[in-house]
Design a protein around this ligand. Sequence first.
Ligand SMILES: Nc1ncnc2c1ncn2[C@@H]1O[C@H](COP(=O)(O)OP(=O)(O)OP(=O)(O)O)[C@@H](O)[C@H]1O
Ligand SMILES: [Mg+2]
Length: 386
Amino acid sequence: MEEGRKKTIVKLIQVEKSFGQTDVVKKLSLEVGAGEFLTLLGPSGCGKTTTLRMIAGFEQANGGRIELEGVDVANLPPNARNVNTVFQNYALFPHMNVADNVAFGLVEKKVKKPEIKKRVSEMLRLVQLEGMEKRMPSELSGGQKQRVAIARALVNEPKVLLLDEPLGALDLKLRRQMQIELKHLQRRLGITFIYVTHDQEEALTMSDRIAVMNGGMLEQVGTPEEIYNHPRTRFVADFIGESNIMEGVVKETKQGDWQLYMDCGSVLLSQEEGCRPGELHYVCIRPEKLKVSAAPVEGFSIPVQVVEHVFIGSQIRTIVKTTDGKKYKISSPPDGTLLPAESQGFLYWKSGNAVLLPDDEQDGAPLEKGEDAFAIEGGEAGGSLV
Ligand SMILES: Nc1ncnc2c1ncn2[C@@H]1O[C@H](COP(=O)(O)OP(=O)(O)OP(=O)(O)O)[C@@H](O)[C@H]1O
Ligand SMILES: [Mg+2]
C-alpha cells in the first residue's frame, strides 16, 4: 500500500466467479482503504456488478477470499456484513413515503421509534430533502429518488457503501450535479465507497483510485492521473479518454539509434524505454498532446494530410490522415494557428507526452491471472514514455 493510505477495509484475494461454464470474474485481487472512493470501471459485461454482489454477499465466490476489516466473510449473510448497496436500478418502495423508505433498514433492525425519527431526519437533511418526508416516490424527480435511495443506504451507517451505477438513469446535467454532491457526502461522512460505472469521465472526476476491469480481470489500478497519463495497457489507453494509437516494430538504425517503424512512418525512441529491437509496441498519444507542423520535426517522420478542422466550443478538433490511410485526432485551443485543410504536415509530440506500450499479448499486461493488483500501486503504474 502507498504511504499514508488508511488501513485496508475491503480486500479481495484471487476472487473467482463463474456462472455455468463461463468465468465472469477471474482471480481478481484488490485492496480498498478505509474512507477511500474506489471506482470499478469497465465495459458492459466485464463483471463489475458481479464483483459488487460478491462483496455484499448476494453472490457466492467460487474461489479466492473476500475480507472485510480483516475477516473472511464467506459465511456471513448480506445483513451481517457492514456493507450497504445502492443498486443499478434503485427501486424505492412505491407504496411508502420518503421517510418510510429511508427508515426501512432501521425498522428491520428494530431500532426504537424516536431514534429512527431522528436519524431519518438527519439523513434527509444531509441529502437535502428536508420537508419531503411525506412525499411518495411517484412525486419525486429522478435526482430526488436517487438521493432517497442513497439516504436509505447511508442511514444504516455502513462502513462500506457499494454503488452500482447510481446515476445511470439521470440526465446529463443532473448527473453532473449529483456527482459533486455524492463526492462531498462521501468526504464528509468518511465512508468507503466502491462505485461502479462505465462512464469514464465520472470515474476520473469522482474517484481516489480507479480499478479498470476488462473481461473479469483487472487491467490497471491507480489514481485518475495515473490511469489517464500512464495507461499500462492498450485497453486502458483506449477505454479511458481518447487516444491515438499507432503500432510499430522497434528497429535499430545504422547509427545505432532505436526507432519505432510504423506503416505510416517512424519515430526515434530513447534507449531507456524498456523495449528491445524486434518487439512490437504501441505508441499512445492523447489528442491534446499530438501536434502537426508544416516542417519536419527532428526525431519524427510521420507525414500527414490535414483532413478537416471541426470547431467544438472550447477546442478545435483536427483530423489528420497518415500515408497508410489511418486517421488521427488532434485537439487544440481555438486561438492557435492551424494548418489549412488539405495541406501536408508532419506529426510530432513533446518528449514525455506519449506512452509506449508493449503488445498486450506479450509480457507486461494486462495483469496476469493471479497477479496482485497491489503490485502496481504507487509509482510503477504506466508504460514508458516516448
Ligand atoms: N446470474 C447470472 N447467471 C448467468 N450469467 C450471469 C449472471 N449474472 C451475470 N452474468 C453474466 O456475467 C457477466 C458479467 O455480468 P455483470 O453484471 O457483472 O457485468 P457488468 O460489468 O456489471 O455489466 P454492466 O455494465 O452491463 O452492468 C455477463 O456476461 C453476464 O451476462
Ligand atoms: Mg452492472
